[in-house]
Design a protein. Sequence first.
Length: 731
Amino acid sequence: MAIEPAQKQQDLAYTAEFWRDELARYTEQYEGFCTAGRKIIQRYKDERRDSEGDVSRFNILWSNVRILKPAIYAKAPKVEVSRRNRDRNDVARVASMVLERAIQFELTQYPDFHSAMSNSVEDRLLPGRGVSWVRYEPEFASVSDDELEEIVTNERSPCDYVFWGDFAHDPARTWEEVSWVARRVFMTRKEGTERFGDAFADVPLTHSPEQKESENKPLRDEKKTKAVVWEIWCKPSKTVYWIAKDHDAFLDERPDPMGFEGFFPCPKPLFATVTTDSLIPTADFRLYQDQATEIDEISARIRHLTKCLKVAGVYAADEPALARLMKEGADGVLVPVTNWPAFMEKGGMSGAVSLLPLKEIVGALQQLYVSREACKQTIYEITGISDILRGASQAQETATAQQIKSQFASIRLNEMKEDVQRYARDLLRLKAEVICTKYQPETILMASGIANTQDRELAPQAIALLKSDPLRSWSIDIETDSLVEMDQTSEKQERMEFLAASSQFLDKTIQAAQIAPDIMPLANQMLLFGVRGFKIGRELEGEFERFTEAVKNKQEQAAANPQPPPPDPEMLKLQAQAAESQANMQLEQQKMQLEQQVQAASGQMEAQKLQFEAQLEQQKLSFEKWKAELEAQTKIQIAQMQIEASMREKRMDKNSDLVAYDEAGEPKPSPTIQSVVEQVQRSNAELFSALVDAMNQSNSQQTQAIAALADQMSRPRTVQRGPDGRIAGLH
């Protein structure tokens, strides 16, 4: 591109001498900021001079920084790349996914971004300014023995942390007025020659890592010395200049090597307290340094009084035994006194020893502790560090009080957190520009992993779109809570919320489509509108688009091939009513048949019951007759047995063998007669037992017959149907 004459004349003004003057002007105006920053860092690290070695301090600065830093930045952010206009565009959707994955790959694969962010936030909290620098770093490899032919094997866009003292810019009032930025790097002779060639041969090496910037002592080890090189980005001329300290000419000069939209390779720095009249930041510590100094003085007094808080006093010189008592103060030790009466006359121990009073010292210490806590509370009010952030609370505080404190702390920290989020977002946008304009398509494909998704067919078009329009069509943002440690279940909750909302909408849509199919195009657009509103839903946006497209194609096919018109709803209603009436009539007929069969079955059961009762009565009469006959036969047999017994007695009287006599001469039954009586008794017992068994057996048969009849009468009946499905009987 041809350079206009006015532009050439403007470029002639930016000489090496001009930039040395600009850097000197910056150094002069920011000398106080740099000096204060170095002192604050010394205070943070508790670096002391030899004369201050025994001084007691309370490092409130270290405590506050350690509390605030994780509250505003704790981990690398989660990137979100979306289309500015969320309309239906598959190529743009895939392009945003490719760019988001490529950036996230850089953040997780390389630690430079997190390191630059962490160091920048720490510089923001200490000296008051944090800066990072984005650059492009390709890696090459030779494809043959000829070293002139090389290919790119890997590409990166690292974020370099810039030390707060190595950064310079146009001393303007606001960042929008800044026309140039610069950073200082230190290069060895070898590094400078590889970068700038022969132009670096006569550059003086004026810096040593062992020498502080404010010291002007001669260098002790020339092997460790480096050259001071400034890289200056000038926005008016769209040119980058490299100059060295104590060197007259430019080392290099290149027109806009990166092509960033804002030209500068760094975002707006993280500033502490600045106003619209100057960009010189005021560190947070300077706002409460007086209170911190007061705390140090109180801590020194507490230490001094603590040393004095010990048992000390005086004793009578003529009683050396008392000194032994204090020096040899073991438990249970008695020290002899030479002149006991004289010792007691002087008042004993109370009269010979006087101890240093400790009550006043203890009271002073208590008051000092109270004063130190009051100073600490003042600092917390200035910085906005509430009790909740410090993890301190009181038992009598209510949950509402603690919630108010937490909200107050969030309000005070919101501005600082939003500035850190802005800073991280600007860094990511610079990385995105490098990826879109400098990376090869193969590198972007490999970093994004889009080839493993269902959108791989659109990947070439998406990368071409990124190359042609890097940032105008995309909105690069980060999730607000992703910079700090939050609940790990947040992503799970987002997924569940998305699934619940989409499932509910699909359910309602299906119901509505059954009534009015024409509503489907509108429902599809509403579904996509809802899906695009969820951050977590962007991963499934392509699937939903394909689903809605399939539904649309199906409707178009149905419209191209119309089906026969559906029957008249009124006719369908009449047919349904007729079928229902016929079914009701059949049901009534079957019900009547069932009732008739139930009545017939009941009559049969009643007849069987009467017949059984008659049979039972007949059996009962037969049993009574048999019983009477048995009793008559039994009586006859008993009478016969009695007659036979009487006849035998008569025969016994006649027969002397049947009669026996005892010692007194009285007659008694002979053994023969006794055996006959016993036999008759046994016969009678056997006959009676048989009679009882016969009666019990008859009763058992009658009981079983009655139980069988009752079971048959109470058993449920089963409906028997014929081959035509009608009721044929009961079983």
